[in-house]
Design a protein. Sequence first.
Length: 266
Amino acid sequence: MHPRPWILFWFFVICCHLYLDYSLYRRWKGWIRGMKTGFAMSRLKMPVVRIWLYEVFLQRQLFSLSVMRWLIHQCIFWGFISLTFLSLTKFILLLLSRISLDAGLHDFFSWGAGYPFTKLWGDFFGLILFAGCAGALARRFVLRPVETAHDQTDTFLTVYLLLMTLSGFMLESLRMALSPSDLDNYAFIGGIFMPARFGIVAGLGTWHAVTWIFHAFSGAAILAYLPHSKLLHSLLAPLVIALNAAEEEGRKDMYWPKTKQYRPIR
């Protein structure tokens, strides 16, 4: 395999992360200035936390409006969150392994008995994310239901995540072609993208390097794009509304419509 530009990659990651931190800080300061009583951790009571959990993880208001939209958003949300969790966990274990504080978990999940679990997790939630992105694009540009005229779906982010998912599967298949293993059967999606299926039998090292650069740098770049995407809004908006509802009791009725009045649009 060709060497990877690790120094450039980590410099890029740090820059993107600093921009993300700065953007989140500015949003937080702006939000605090707009609150009447300021922010206190004591306001994060169970009802507020429950609203946030329901709206972020279950998206129940969206379910009341359209079952199809809800299913697509759930696939994108859980696919993205689960793959991010996998990448972050692997990174943390790698750092801990450098100072011998990982309790052997890095080796366990990287090439030990836990490796099949890692492959199954990555391929399963990669497939979920792919299905969500493909469904969102098909709904917007093929099915085109009436309500899409007011749909605020981030099309750029959807295409971006779709390409990242495909490049991840391609990267996995190239790694399998270059370094076969008995455990490759657990990568049930990566095997579909094996280079030989597309007539690619030479220059696999170069293909692997190029695909890795695209996948790794696009994955890091999403840190910089996150503050401007609808994905961040979907995480923070329910919390903001819930805290406003805690500040003004009257806001609860505005925020919690009687969802039974609405007939889901399938």
